[in-house]
Design a protein around this ligand. Structure first.
Ligand code: GUN
Length: 339
């Protein structure tokens, strides 16, 4: 119906205003009767103004986290006469990995952390990589080591993790850190899941008692974010490529974490709870080559309460958590109190 707001109709008179609240978020519905000649034929003019979902942007969160981290870096430097230092190791020339590692190095520089950048040829053998790890494990001036995934097929990711000192494992991928996480004990928590929890905390989205759906079961994101949500008292469901009840799971969830790497996987064909919060971990390219997540944000913006943007959402949160883990690893190794 071609309603205008404010209407220019002669005898326009609003009859009723209804405000409907949507949990922490809200929508405003205005319904009005118009009795002017053109409209009286139709008898009812209905205006509906729906607040779009809140965009859970990373920038205010990372700004807050970074400024307190800079203080910690200064304290460390004052006491130890050196800066916490991250070593990144990239094997091969995968273009996406080159960009990710580049962003991590840039962020170290921005915050005043040390960064050592190891770029190895795609022909590097497993033995050569393990011997570099041995050297970095033993280097007192290196606090964190990150070996960028994926690795060339000739190198076992398990061999790499099993030869990485868990106290320098700033990805939180070693079996020691993963085991500690499963036991809800202090550890270096994987960066993307830690970033998701920090973002939820910043935006005051309480997960206790909520139904959380994790789509994807990777060791990097899916499994650990499920554990963190469980420890925060959410009721957690994992969905994956063999799940047959995806529509029902999505329709029942209060919080949806999607980490499957499929553009527009979450779209308006699904039904959502009106207070649903979507955490989009996907970093994909759409048919036009534009970076996008797993959710078709445009089509969901009026269907859910909040959604993380891509880019500008979980990606920068992951890097912020890597910086935090590097500083935490430095403090722990030097037996300083981190919290
Ligand atoms: N590849 C994609 N994501 C990650 C990550 O968080 N850490 C590492 N090391 N490799 C990755």
């Amino acid at each position: 119906m071609g309603a205008r707001f404010p209407p220019k109709h002669k005898f326009f008179k609003p009859q009723k205003i209804i405000v409907v609240s949507q949990g922490d978020f809200w929508s405003l519905y205005l319904s009005k009767f118009c009795r002017c000649a053109p409209c009286s034929a139709k008898s009812l003019t209905l205006l509906v103004l729906v607040m779009p979902a809140i965009l859970l942007k990373a920038k205010p969160v990372t700004d807050a986290l970074d400024s307190s981290l800079v203080e910690k870096i200064k304290q460390f430097q004052k006491k130890k006469k050196r800066v916490p230092t991250l070593a990144t190791v990239l094997v091969g020339e995968d273009p996406a990995s080159q960009i990710y590692v580049g962003s991590k190095g840039k962020k170290c520089l921005e915050l005043g952390l040390g960064h050592q950048d190891y770029k190895l040829s795609a022909k590097t053998s497993e033995k050569e990589l393990l011997s570099l790890l041995k050297k970095l494990n033993g280097d007192k001036k290196i606090d964190g080591i990150l070996v960028q995934k994926p690795l060339p097929k000739n190198i076992s990711e398990w061999a790499v993790l099993d030869n990485l000192s868990f106290s320098k494992d700033v990805d939180g991928f070693t079996s020691t850190n993963f085991g500690l996480l499963a036991q809800n004990r202090d550890c270096l928590v994987p960066c993307t899941p830690a970033g998701i929890m920090a973002l939820l905390k910043f935006y005051k989205i309480d997960v206790a008692g909520k139904k959380a759906l994790v789509i994807g079961r990777s060791d990097i994101v899916g499994k650990p974010i499920g554990l963190l949500l469980l420890h925060a008292n959410a009721t957690v469901t994992y969905a994956h490529s063999r799940t047959t009840s995806m529509s029902d799971e999505v329709a029942n969830a209060d919080i949806i974490v999607s980490a499957i790497g499929k553009s527009a996987f979450l779209n308006s064909k699904f039904s959502f709870k009106k207070n649903a919060v979507i955490i989009d971990v996907g970093i994909n390219r759409d048919s036009a080559g534009k970076v996008c997540g797993d959710a078709d944000t445009e089509s969901l913006i009026s269907k859910v309460a909040a959604i993380t943007p891509v880019p500008g959402g979980i990606g920068p949160m992951t890097i912020a958590m890597l910086m935090q883990n590097t500083v935490k690893a430095a403090y722990l190794r030097e037996e300083m109190d981190y919290e």
